[in-house]
Write a protein that binds this ligand. Structure first.
Ligand code: MN
Length: 401
């Protein structure tokens, strides 16, 4: 099956950065933008310039330095927003203005207090103004998945006519189910007469833990851009996680034949950099980048992985840039303890292995994780005790490394 290109739009620096605990200063944003470029994303949404002078400055610096990925800036469909975004993006090699307006009746009536007609007029003016700065204009219909379908189709057609080259239909509140969002995108693409003139995009939130599943369902319904973030950070429960989307298309190419330009060996490093910059840890069991994502502690699992990794691993840790995988703990088997000792340079006799193994399990009752230093200390202690108790045993070799 021939693969289709899937565009990766990273919004870690915008949707991610605006969530509590994840704010970054200009230097930090620039550092992360460099790593996103090394990771190979297609588009870096660098900020929302009208929000603050700092945001505008950061967008300008990212636009001035980053080469390769498109640099995008967010703007409401209002003249001042778009002007600010356009100015901030001036130094960019490739610039995208991402302009948005809410389209659901709930948002129009309660939040914006405008009519549907006013909404259409504002988005037409906004998209046209944005096209004055760049040919690459994305339009988003905020709360699209809760918008009346007839009106949404009108919105999309109007935006494309006004010059939008990408149309993003966000599940702003993370309310959709996968089957539903697939039907939603199929319906819009089938009903809007000029739909073939724009790339459709999904922006899914994780309020029900469905952001990645929904994004992939949208892709299967013809969407060719997904908006996502490193570690899945973002408003409330966050956005679709970039690393999960990318690895799903790698590991399940048979069902998801979509190519991205992401260098997966940079995924773990990017995740760690974000954690370091924001001081917000990733949950241990987070898919792909969590500390336990490739950790096998149960004895049967460790034994299996040592014999053939495919028994419990559907992807290789090195594919995402991770080195070590076996964590010693109280569920570890003798085999894993032996392997770890070998990695540390200790060749153990059967007798020594028995004693080291028991000591590891005992220690694991007292502390959750056992690191290399603990293992080395145990081996040394046992060898010292042994030497004191009896003359040198021929098979008790010294560390080889
Ligand atoms: Mn969002």
């Amino acid at each position: 099956m021939a693969s289709e290109r899937l565009i990766i739009f990273d919004t870690t620096l915008r949707d991610g950065e605006q969530s509590p605990g994840f704010s970054m200063n200009t230097d930090e944003k620039l550092t992360l933008a460099r790593q996103l470029a090394a990771l190979g994303v297609d588009i870096i949404e660098a900020g929302f310039p009208i929000a603050s002078d700092d945001d505008a400055h950061a967008v300008k610096l990212v636009a001035g330095e980053i080469r390769g990925p498109v640099v995008a800036a967010l703007a409401r469909c209002s003249p001042a927003d778009i002007e600010r975004a356009g100015e901030s993006l001036k130094p960019a090699e490739r610039a995208r203005i991402h302009t948005f307006i809410a389209t659901s009746d709930l948002h129009l009536e309660r939040k914006l207090r405008i009519t549907r007609e006013q909404c259409l007029a504002a988005l037409t003016a906004g998209v046209r103004q944005a096209r004055g700065y760049t040919d690459d204009v994305e339009f988003s219909a905020e709360d699209a998945t809760r918008t009346d379908m007839d009106f949404l189709c009108q919105v999309v057609e109007t935006a494309i006519d006004a010059g939008a080259t990408t149309v993003n239909l966000p599940d702003t509140v993370g309310y959709c189910t996968p089957e539903e969002i697939g039907e939603f995108f199929s319906a819009v693409r089938a009903r809007v007469p000029n739909a073939d003139r724009a790339v459709f995009s999904a922006h899914c939130h994780d309020d029900l833990g469905l952001a990645v599943a929904n994004s992939l369902a949208a892709v299967q319904a013809g969407v060719r851009q997904v908006e996502c973030t490193i570690n899945g950070i973002g408003e409330r429960a966050g956005n679709a996680s970039l690393e999960e989307l990318v690895m799903a298309t790698r590991v399940r190419r048979d069902r998801l034949p979509y190519e991205t330009t992401v260098r997966t060996a940079e995924l773990f490093r990017t995740s760690q950099l974000l954690t370091t910059l924001t001081n917000e840890p990733v949950q241990a069991n987070k898919a792909i980048v969590g500390r336990n994502a490739f950790a096998h502690e149960a004895g049967i699992h460790q034994d299996g992985v040592i014999k053939d990794r495919r028994t419990y691993e559907i992807m290789r840790p090195e594919d995402i840039g991770v080195e070590s995988t076996l964590v010693l703990g109280k569920h570890s088997g003798r085999h894993a303890v032996k392997r770890r000792c070998e990695q540390l340079g200790f060749e153990l006799s059967r007798y020594e292995l028995d004693r080291v193994y028991r000591a590891v399990i005992e220690l694991a009752d007292r502390q959750k994780q056992i690191d290399d230093g603990d293992v080395a200390a145990i081996v040394e202690r046992i060898r010292t005790e042994q030497d004191a108790a009896a003359p040198a045993r021929p098979e008790a070799a010294a560390p080889t490394a």
